[in-house]
Design a protein around this ligand. Structure first.
Ligand code: SF4
Length: 232
């Protein structure tokens, strides 16, 4: 499978923020978010081919790590992702799968499903042709697939990238369409942005919005600690 990078860092987003984790980033994505912060794994997929045992061996070189994050790109379109998840679970790791929830779990091993459905503001601009833009729009929003993940995985979080207050109405509509009773603290709102200035400007109103609605505010620790750099 095509792997963009394998690295050891602190989880920067979500319920496990700060937990030392090995990140396995698959390369390739079925979406093209305009503001994608990992274009080397989506818009222009790069990487090297690895077999599952090689990936597991790389993960094991980080002896203190008990947590592994499968991320992308979109890890759920990577061939052998089910086998990789199974082997990592068998190895005793806590496994998070970070996915845009456009592909159902189909029995994948997982401890935390980190579901990040994409909102309307993710639509790609004129850099892409109409075919890709239509594909993005058709795939990005799949309430039934979100519901499958929630039903399947032992734990989950719904993580939304938010760029304006108007996004909340779209989030609430999508949640209703999942027909799942999602507690507000499982809904994480994360400011869109890859610089500290942008994150802090959006954090000012987003944190207040979370307090008003009961949602969880989600920062980006890795940007705070390291800046928007690969391998962090
Ligand atoms: S789903 Fe994630 S990896 Fe894929 S284009 Fe969107 S932000 Fe990038």
């Amino acid at each position: 499978m095509l792997i963009s990078e394998i690295f050891y860092s602190l989880q920067g987003e979500g319920e496990l923020t700060g937990v030392p984790s090995v990140f396995v980033r698959t390369s390739g994505c079925n979406l093209r978010c305009n503001w994608c912060d990992t274009p080397y794994a989506s818009w222009n997929p790069e990487g090297e081919q690895f077999e599952v045992p090689e990936i597991v061996a790389r993960v094991q070189t980080h002896g203190a790590a008990k947590h592994v994050v499968l991320t992308g790109g979109e890890p759920m379109i990577a061939p052998q992702i089910h086998e990789l998840a199974f082997q990592l679970k068998e190895g005793g790791y806590h496994l998070t799968i970070e996915t845009a929830a456009t592909v159902p779990p189909r029995g994948i091993a997982c401890d935390l499903a980190s579901l990040s459905p994409k909102l309307a503001h993710s639509a790609p601009d004129a850099r892409l042709d109409d075919i890709w833009r239509a594909k993005h729009e058709a795939l990005r929003r799949q309430p039934a697939v979100i519901a499958e993940w929630i039903a399947w995985c032992a734990d989950y979080q719904l993580k939304f990238v938010v760029s304006s207050e108007a996004d909340v109405a779209e989030i609430e509509t999508l949640l209703r369409e999942t027909e799942c009773a999602v507690p507000p603290h499982k809904i994480l709102l994360m400011p869109e942005g890859t610089t500290l200035e942008t994150l802090r400007a959006r954090a000012a109103w987003l944190s207040e919005l979370c307090k008003a609605r009961g949602f969880r505010y989600a920062h980006r620790l890795h940007v705070e600690l390291y800046g928007n750099k690969r391998g962090t």
